[in-house]
Design a protein around this ligand. Structure first.
Ligand SMILES: [Zn+2]
Length: 118
C-alpha cells in the first residue's frame, strides 16, 4: 500500500487518456500495415523485400504499442488495488514527478537505474 498522498483520480485520468491514445495509434498502425499488404500484390517481386521490411517494422511498432498497453493496464490495476505509486520491486514510494512524467511507471528511480545497468 502506498504511503504517499497522491491524487489517484488525477493519475487514473492520465492513464485512461494515454490508454485511449495508444489504442487509437495501434488501430491506425494496423490499418496502415493492412494497406502495405494490398500494395504488395500490385508492386510485384522487386518490392517484396521492402514490403517485408515494412511489415517487420510495423510488427515491431505494434508490439511496442501492445506492451505499452499492458503497462498502462497494470498501472490501472495497481490503482484499483491501492498499490499505485509503490515501487513494484522494493515497495518504496515512487516520486510523484516521476509518475507525472510517466504514469505507467512501476518502479522507483533507484530500481529503474539498477535495472538499466544490469
Ligand atoms: Zn524501488
Amino acid at each position: 500500500m502506498s504511503r504517499q498522498d497522491i491524487d489517484i483520480a488525477y493519475f487514473r485520468s492520465l492513464l485512461e487518456g494515454r490508454r485511449e491514445e495508444v489504442l487509437t495509434r495501434r488501430d491506425e498502425l494496423r490499418k496502415a500495415s493492412g494497406t502495405v499488404d494490398l500494395d504488395q500484390a500490385r508492386v510485384g517481386r522487386l518490392s517484396r523485400m521492402d514490403a517485408l521490411q515494412q511489415q517487420a517494422l510495423a510488427k515491431a511498432a505494434d508490439s511496442r504499442w501492445v506492451s505499452e498497453l499492458q503497462r498502462i493496464d497494470s498501472a490501472l490495476v495497481r490503482i484499483r488495488t491501492g498499490e499505485y505509486g509503490c515501487c513494484q520491486l522494493c515497495g518504496e514510494d515512487i516520486a510523484q514527478k516521476r509518475l507525472v512524467a510517466d504514469p505507467g511507471v512501476a518502479t522507483c528511480i533507484t530500481c529503474a537505474g539498477l535495472k538499466e545497468k544490469t
